[in-house]
Write a protein that binds this ligand. Structure first.
Ligand code: SF4
Length: 322
């Protein structure tokens, strides 16, 4: 096993909801509640779950867009969870984020060349060096030289996401959080963007956190996968092991929702249909957070929160019945 580039230990991110007269938070929204995992250098960790499960918040904590409420975030072994801005500045350049909606994350008044060059302005490079770096990045992500003077609205969704990737690469990062990078794109374009991300990983030795609700895509791109439900990690395993032997009822339910094109295989596959909505993270259920929707819940599930335990080598699951 190689050294992790990023590691979270008991990560918690709570947001205050409402304030009392004395300024104290009335309640807490527990978006991420005790999440631990690590990402090896040059590998991809896929984080899946329904919307609102806390996966994007984990990504934002890792690149320190949020300062976590508790827990540690180790970047190359150094705890950055509560680091001040000055100390954090050189580390920030090595961690970047690619956003879901490339259009919203690109300034419509700037040309592609200026957008990509933005992170280079404080690097001490001359204008000529910046231009040649932008040209190199544009070609790296599969765009052409003549795209450099165009504006974001002149591009298709896939091309705009490529501009977002080029901007993220400008500061030569080691680690990138890809937050639902293909979910706003046409299906025909999704595979092309994924192929670009994979080839960049191979060429540049990048490590990714790939946040998505698309289980098929996560299976394709990830080396290891974590499944989140209501702020908690309920299962984590190497990708082949997880998809071959999923253990947590929630993981099985998520997989049940993926259409299986082969009717024979579909007939043989165990399907778990979830009832009810995801409870609010402001007032999560006691014990196991999944118990209100779990078809196997017992009295113990209401009293005791299941720990994430190693059920098979490298395969962790949080369920009393496993
Ligand atoms: Fe279901 Fe209980 Fe397991 Fe939670 S701990 S997933 S409620 S069986």
């Amino acid at each position: 096993m190689s050294t992790p580039i990023v590691e979270t230990q008991h990560l918690k991110m709570y947001f205050p909801v409402g304030r009392t007269f004395s300024g104290k938070p009335r309640r807490l929204l527990k978006a991420v509640d005790d999440v631990s995992f690590s990402i090896e250098k040059g590998k991809t960790f896929g984080l899946v779950g329904e919307s609102g499960c806390g996966k994007t918040t984990v990504g934002r904590c890792l690149v320190r867009l949020y300062e976590p409420t508790d827990g540690r975030i180790l970047f190359n072994g150094q705890d950055i969870a509560r680091m001040g801005e000055r100390e954090l500045a050189p580390i920030r350049r090595r961690m970047q984020m690619i956003f879901q909606d490339p259009y919203a994350s690109l300034n419509p008044r700037m040309t592609v060349s200026s957008i990509i060059a933005e992170p280079l302005r404080k690097s001490g490079m001359s204008r000529q060096e910046q231009l040649s770096r932008v040209r190199e990045l544009v070609s790296l992500v599969g765009l052409k030289d003549d795209h450099m003077q165009r504006y974001p609205h002149e591009f298709s969704g896939g091309q705009r996401q490529r501009v977002g990737i080029a901007r993220a690469l400008a500061s030569s990062p080691d680690f990138i959080v890809c937050d639902e990078p293909i979910s706003a794109l046409d299906v025909s374009i999704q595979a092309q963007v994924i192929n670009t991300l994979e080839s960049l990983q191979e060429q540049l030795g990048l490590s990714y956190l790939f946040v998505s609700h698309d289980l098929s895509m996560v299976r394709h791109i990830s080396n290891e996968v974590g499944v989140m439900y209501l702020g908690c990690m309920v299962e984590r395993a190497p990708v082949g092991e997880l998809y071959a032997h999923m253990l947590h009822p929630y993981t099985k339910a998520l997989m049940s929702a993926v259409p299986i094109p082969d009717p024979d295989l579909a007939a043989k596959t165990e399907r778990i249909h979830l009832s009810g909505d995801v409870p609010t993270p402001i007032d999560p259920p006691s014990g196991c957070r999944f118990r209100a929707r779990c078809p196997y819940a017992t009295a113990r599930c209401a009293q005791e929160r299941p720990e994430l335990r190693e059920a098979a080598p490298g395969h962790f699951v949080a369920c009393h019945l496993v």
